[in-house]
Design a protein around this ligand. Sequence first.
Ligand code: SF4
Length: 821
Amino acid sequence: MGENCTRRSFIKRAGATAVGAAMLGSLTACGNSGMMNLTADSSVAENSTAEGNEFYCTCGWSCSFCQYRIFTREGNVAHMLPKPDFDYVTCLKGRSRIQRTYSDARVQYPMKRVEGTARGAGEWERITWDEAISEISKKWLEVEEKYGPLANSYYQGGGGFQGSLNGNAGMIMRLFNATGCTKWDYSFDNATNTGLTRGGIQWFDQNEPKDFVNSDYILFFGGNPINAQIQMSKHLFDAQEAGAKIVVVDPHFSPTAAKADKWIPVKPGCDAALYLGIIKRFMDEGTYKADFVLNHTCAPYLIKKSDGMYLRGGEYQNEPLHVGPPFWVTGLPTEIDPIMVWDEKEGKPACFDTCQNPAWSCPDENYITAWDMFKDHVQEWTLDKVMEVTGISEEDFDFLYNVLQPENKVAHYINFGTGAYENGLQAAYAMTAMIAMTGNFGEPGRSVGGFDCMYGNFFGHALTAPSNGKMCKAVTWLAACDIVSTGKLQGEDYPVKTLWVSHGGLIGGSVNSGRNKREMLDKMEMIVVQDPFLTDTARYADYVLPVCDMYEFEDVIPLNHERNVRITEKCIEPMYEAKTDSEIARLFGEALGLADAVCDVTDDDWWKGTFDDVPAAVEHGITLDTLRKNKLMRYVDEEPYIGNRDYKNFITETGRLMFYVDNPTPRTPSNFDVAAVTEREKMPTYFENKISGENSEYAEEFPLVCMSWRNPSRVHMTHFMKDWARDVMPTPTLFVNPEDAEKYGVEEGQDLLITSTVGQCVMQCALHPGIRPGSTVYYKGYSETESKLGSQGAITTDYADAYAVNCSFFDNRIKIEPWKN
Ligand code: SF4
């Protein structure tokens, strides 16, 4: 640090950075001549290669995990550039992380709410780490003793940082598992994955994005990457140049639709009806890929008419268990009671995995094949009905059907949009069935995925299991209010008294924040939030613990769109009194009397376990040391990786895609009425969303459906502290179609009072002809402190499907009017 420049003065000056410079991802810094704008200093990058001042960091948010070259000067981060050979477009959110790290919103030291003040009132007293650890641990142990371990609870989100050691599946999870507390499952964005998984598709076994160039079509369902995954645009545009056509199915003319070759507008929340209509047409016209359907789906499986369950070998002929496909999570062998098919040659049932002549239909009146059952099921989805329910035109329906023909190589780019409704699980399940008709997997140009390669999740997860053998009990956050109000989960006593949040912005990031505050948070005897920033959630805590941000620790990022692992290096010392998650886990492990179970794993053990447990890492020589040298290492040889070769990676019991499941299970425990909807879960089914549906009981009072787009200047709730984000997009904004604006008497630029079925907020009106009439869209990610009244989190409903148990972020209805302050 220079003579006249302390770390504090550096930070103060950094806070005063001009927006223009920040947009270029740089900050002012101290130098002998005082303030210097590093963007103007073109010599910085060339001159910053001296040992010790150049590092590699990986932007650890859950959008792409872009890797950067980081330049430090005098112990501070001064500049960052994308890694020279990085094959994606990085974004300004990542390139301006320096502003975030040095922002005024950093939590600098442990803080305690001033006794007698209300939660959220902003009255804090500074305490030491020792005081924080002692007071929090004391309360945690008291609650555990009085009510049992499940009365303490832990909430983690996903978007904060995804490192192996310091991410949400790192040491901190080992700590909470060791306590055996309740772990709130945040229940975001799960419907799509749950529906695809039920059908058998591994969402993360897609071809790598470089393979887009080999596709005839890139088909977007519920995806808007130009906002949400801008880094993907290079590969999309490369593919377009190579001749691939981009087709976007979306209610709105989204930024991605604007770049597409074809936009297919549909009504919100009706996707399952569209897919069922296409499946019917495949069946009616016999254009499905027959050998694939017969041999890689449940089509020939026999269902007993008596009870709707599959006929199994054990029951039918005392068949011993067969060897099943390896369990996709662990790779360990499985044993299964084989499902029976009708052997056409022998004229009797036979095991699916040994029968050479499975029949499409069964002559025995006791059974029906899944194919015939499903064929009956989709018959109602005539073209007229599909057009009526989804709003699609006949021309667009024909176009989509032709795109999906098995001879076309299609990259299905599926993201979270279709799942953001009550019926989202069914939409994804129906999509699986539709793609099953085409066998569109396992070759260059053919893939299905969301391009968030969760495979990397397998690195190091075993270490989250503590050595005392305990584990958290996962319960959905969506049931938290009910559980706390009633003190019961599924009829059993279930008191919850404390809440600890890490990696999570549950206020604003989750749904119905007003209810969550009233019925859950306000009832807690203690709320602890560990976070680098004073987020809405942190402001509502009793204790806030400062956590390190990127640049301040070393970690490994195993997730991204490709099959590689990336390092993120420590470039500077932790700022203020911030500690890493792993340090916090160890400190509280000691204080809670769990040192033996938590602290017995050192960082070295962690890295060894992270890589030694994963055969692909061992095979490719990935260790922390080799990563330190190489910065990024692939764990497959093939490039680009092609997912699901030979159709080996379908993740069902029998290794086949399913469109009939005889024993559907909810994604996670809740207090919701599962039995009431079990029957409709067996086959992909369209049902109208209770809230956003056209015929909803709320439609008259709340005429507009309200959805959201990812914000180009923010990632979830993590950028409110950046000056440029506030300057470029300063105001929460609601996009309204001009026809609706006229109808409801609102104008461009006006502050709107938005009233939903659950809460209120104020956003500014922006007219947008690309928004589907009857619906609205807002950019998410604004903090409560940025709203003139209420907040975005207060208007989203927490109504959920009992099986998906998912935050239905798009399943909202609102009314709008000019706001009279
Ligand atoms: S925010 Fe996402 S796209 Fe932007 S740099 Fe970071 S990881 Fe990449």
